[in-house]
Design a protein around this ligand. Structure first.
Ligand code: MN
Length: 219
């Protein structure tokens, strides 16, 4: 569930919001910052796939040496659906309802590629702890549901990829600091602009709904 990344190994490190198949917008943002795949790193807050034009292309990013990601609820839905061979399962239906139809529409060769990528996707962490310039930065798709950060703490994976409870508390003015780390970055909830509450940063700006893709330079 947890993965640690030492930022010293890269020149620049960027975080990117929910891609949902919008590969061209990522390429454009990386071009603007003169991203160098030999020295720089991109970390995704999850939801690489579904709804947008190039889910397979975005899923294939997980094989790139300059790319890291946590799983989003869309990856979890896909993996749950593909675990069952029958297409009539509730999991398959949930994924289809949430933009997963692209997979069943792939040709045989592309489907094999996607299946192999999903096998790799299963091994992606739900939570990344990134150390940059002596700061401890935590990355998860929707929430880190505890009041204090603890490496390898037992957390509910469903809340990590789905929960909007903390964001809702923040919006109502009832949020609070999460102790034990310098900053937390989440995606999952499309916003017009990134929102910041205490040490919590929400960076899904709904590129798949026509807004801009948010890329945050952390180092
Ligand atoms: Mn999501």
């Amino acid at each position: 569930m947890y993965q640690r990344i030492d930022g010293h190994n890269w020149r620049h490190i960027y975080l990117v919001g929910d891609l949902h198949g919008c590969l061209a917008q990522l390429a454009e943002q990386l071009r603007l910052v003169r991203f160098d795949p030999w020295q720089d790193l991109v970390i995704s807050v999850g939801d690489l796939i579904d709804r947008g034009p190039d889910s397979l292309g975005c899923l294939a990013l997980i094989d790139k040496p300059w790319f890291r990601a946590v799983q989003g609820n869309h990856e979890v839905m896909a993996l749950n659906s593909l675990r069952n061979t029958s297409h009539n399962t509730e999991d398959g239906f949930l994924w289809e309802m949430n933009g997963g139809r692209w997979f069943s529409e792939l040709n045989e060769e592309a489907k094999k590629q996607a299946e192999s990528l999903f096998r790799r996707c299963k091994t992606l962490p739900l939570i990344i702890e990134l150390i940059v310039q002596d700061k401890r930065i935590i990355i998860a798709h929707a929430d880190y549901p505890l009041a204090q950060w603890k490496w390898q703490a037992d957390v509910d994976p469903g809340q990590v990829v789905w929960s909007r409870a903390r964001l809702q508390r923040n919006i109502k003015g009832k949020g609070e600091l999460i102790r034990g780390a310098d900053a937390f970055y989440f995606g999952h909830t499309p916003l017009k602009k990134p929102k910041h509450f205490f040490n919590q940063h929400y960076i899904d700006t709904g590129v798949v709904f026509g807004n801009t893709l948010t890329l945050v330079a952390l180092q």
